[in-house]
Ligand binder design. Structure first.
Ligand code: ARG
Length: 452
């Protein structure tokens, strides 16, 4: 490997095995644009503070700007035998402007440089994820609006619990996503700190201006301890953990859709274009996309574990182990972005089978809670009401009756509080509209949720 950023001290060539083993260019090339932006701001500052002569600084900035536009155009050639992206960019600048390029790395180390580039990457990707999540939430909200009248059995323990509006369930996912956004936003605020100027470990004796660089790059703060700044990777752990929780939500949502789309339920119909077939069973239409979103949650947890374990027990400050943060970080970001994109598209094609939903509500024992609350409203204690409603359900079950087939005389045998109006409880519309407590599943509450 030619043109290392170090070497003066060495009398022997690096063993090729070591070069291969330590190289990170195959993945950190993703940081090219951000590394270049960081260098431009740094060079401007060096010139402004007269740490390097102004005309050299200007040459460096011009050279880097031309490299940056090549990177953006996709025409920048990356030497895959180089050690890392910092080396590649330094070599490219050397080639472009000659001697002045040697001044760029003044008052800087790759230790603060790599943290800077990774932070810029994280800030940008968090914004991209926000945009994707906004589109996703919009598609969920539209679905909820369009299907506001659909009532389905809600489950606890995957057993029929109580009727709910399907829209209510959909908006539950929006709430989770809202918290995910909050978590990523917190993470973004915390990582919005400029590490550059910490240099290798202790800062520098040169008269630099860190605030200037922070302003140029849009960072709201500069780091206040150089040792912490070059050894901190909790921002990487934090963003991946935010993505892992988000991925867990997408996975649960996928699992719900897989269940509701299965023959046993058949409430949801995923469009053909989002399913795949079987090579053997011609009748199959499988929800592979949802299964992969569910499965890829494992990739996210794995990425989180990778960085947590790499960081555990590292002495201060920079250690080469920390180079291993980038692959899991990139993998987690790419995994979540592709999952959100495909789910958003899938949502737009999702159809509801209302008749099937109504069929699944035939079992009237799903109204047992409503019967219980009817009695509570008539002054019966919760404990006694619970007992009575349970006995009525058991009675109907033993006699193979629907609850609506039990006569008022029989009902009064369980409690004298029953009147004719109790039969009104045995309908899904009535049941959901009764749940009008704030955040409940009544159409009124759900419409309020949509508006919120
Ligand atoms: N490729 C390295 C990384 O990602 C850059 C920093 C190298 N610094 C060093 N002192 N060897 O961490």
């Amino acid at each position: 490997m030619k043109n290392k950023m170090w070497g003066g001290r060495f009398s022997k060539k690096t063993n090729p095995l070591v070069e291969d083993f330590t190289r990170s260019i195959q993945f950190d090339k993703k940081l090219a644009e951000y590394d270049c932006m960081g260098s431009i701001a740094h060079a401007k500052m060096l010139g402004k503070c007269n740490v390097v002569p102004k005309k050299d600084a200007a040459k460096i900035v011009a050279g880097l700007n031309s490299i940056l536009s090549e990177i953006k155009k996709g025409s920048f050639r990356i030497d895959s035998s180089a050690e890392d992206i910092h080396t590649v960019l330094q070599n490219a600048l050397d080639k472009k402007i000659g001697k002045s390029a040697g001044m760029l790395h003044t008052a800087r180390s790759r230790n603060d440089q790599v943290s800077l580039s990774t932070r810029i990457y994280c800030k940008k990707e968090i914004d991209s994820i926000f945009a994707l999540l906004k589109a996703f939430k919009d598609s969920i909200k539209n679905f909820a609006k369009k299907n506001i009248d659909v009532i389905v059995p809600g489950f606890t323990h995957l057993q029929n619990a109580q009727p709910v509006l399907l829209s209510h369930q959909m908006l539950a996912y929006c709430e989770m996503l809202e918290r995910d956004i909050g978590r990523l936003n917190d993470c973004k605020k915390r990582l919005d700190v400029l590490p550059l100027g910490s240099c290798a470990i202790s800062g520098t004796s040169l008269a630099i201006n860190r605030d200037f660089v922070a302003k140029e790059l849009g960072f709201s703060k500069v780091s206040s301890n150089s040792m912490d700044a070059v050894s901190d990777r909790d921002f990487v752990i934090e963003i991946i953990s935010g993505l892992a929780i988000l991925g867990m939500h997408l996975s649960r949502m996928s699992e719900d859709f897989i269940i509701l789309n299965s023959q046993g339920f058949g409430i949801l119909d995923i469009g053909d274009e989002f399913c795949t077939g079987s090579s053997m069973m011609p009748q199959k239409k499988n929800p592979d996309v949802l299964e992969l979103v569910r499965g890829k949650c494992g990739v996210l947890y794995g990425s989180l574990m990778e960085v947590m374990v790499v960081m555990k027990g590292l002495p201060l400050t920079y250690n080469r182990d920390m180079q291993l943060d980038k692959e899991p970080l990139f993998k987690a970001v790419e995994t979540i972005e592709s999952s959100i994109k495909v789910l958003t598209a899938l949502f737009k094609n999702l159809k509801v089978n209302k008749d099937r939903a109504a069929e699944l509500l035939q079992d009237e024992s799903i109204y047992a809670t409503d019967i219980m609350e009817y009695l509570v409203k008539k002054g019966v204690s919760l404990k006694e009401s619970h007992d009575i409603a349970g006995k009525i359900v058991a009675y109907a079950f033993q006699r193979k009756l629907k609850l609506s087939e039990i006569s008022l005389r029989e009902l009064r045998f369980f409690s004298s509080k029953f009147n004719k109006d109790a039969y009104r409880l045995l309908g899904a519309e009535e049941s959901v509209s009764l749940k009008n407590s704030f955040g409940g599943t009544s159409p009124k509450q759900v419409r309020m949720q949509i508006n919120r």
